[in-house]
Design a protein around this ligand. Structure first.
Ligand code: SAM
Length: 213
């Protein structure tokens, strides 16, 4: 996601530390305690501007959500969405997916969402795809046994790669739609990218895959 650098971003995040958590590794193993309840924890990796998770947090007050976003300049927009949505079950972490196991204890997360992840179409960049086997290895550690990855994309190449990657990893595919918006799937909450691409007439792919550990 290309967003112009925002010099005020770190100050804004500083002012909103109740939403943009400053030292998330200090909460490793303590996320339930932090939220003050025993509700499930669902995370989205590559949250972007936060439309999906703020919609999910409003629709599901009994689930705690954490959005992981690499860029501060993007995350400030998500923080503003959380403020506007007035939800206290959604917090944001400005970290790289590569360090997720520094943030979460093994089995601490109940579900993981990937929405419109960067496709990295060149073969030499495939290790950067968030559904590459090394990322699946990280997700498997932090997810509960039998935890699921719910994935949406407009990119056919990334979708095919990801289905293969889930399957080769030994995950069980429990849902696959090759055209989500024409399917009978209920309760879909659109992401920013999903709105943008479906408005252009592109179809949206969706899958659910479960670790079998
Ligand atoms: N999920 C949003 C949506 O569907 O509208 C945003 C999609 S955007 C194409 C991908 C987002 O993932 C960007 O905001 C990018 O900064 C973030 N991202 C990419 N690699 C990441 C990583 N390794 N860790 C955390 N976030 C990452």
């Amino acid at each position: 996601m290309r967003v112009r650098n925002k010099p005020w971003a770190s100050e804004f995040l500083q002012e909103n530390r109740h939403i943009a958590i400053a030292q998330p590794s200090e909460l490793k193993g303590k996320w339930k305690e932090f939220f003050g309840n025993s509700n499930p924890i669902h995370i989205e990796v590559g949250t972007g501007k936060g439309q999906f998770l703020s919609g999910m947090a409003k629709a599901n007050p009994d689930i705690n959500y954490l959005g992981i976003e690499l860029f501060q300049s993007v995350m400030v927009i998500a923080v503003q969405k959380v403020i506007d949505a007035e939800v206290d079950n959604l917090k944001l972490l400005n970290v790289d997916a590569a360090v997720l196991t520094d943030i979460f204890e093994d089995g601490e997360v109940d579900r993981l969402y990937l929405n419109f992840s960067d496709p990295w179409p060149k073969k030499r960049h495939e290790k950067r795809r968030l559904t590459y086997k090394t990322f699946l290895g990280l997700y498997e550690r932090l997810l509960v046994k039998g935890g699921e990855i719910h994935f949406k994309t407009d990119n056919q190449g990334l979708f095919e790669f990801s289905l293969r990657s889930f399957s080769e990893y030994g995950m069980l595919l429990t849902f696959v739609s090759l055209d989500l918006h024409q399917s009978d799937f209920e309760g879909n909450i659109m992401t920013e990218y999903e709105e943008k691409f479906s408005n252009k007439g592109q179809r949206i792919y969706r899958s659910e895959a479960k670790f079998q550990n």
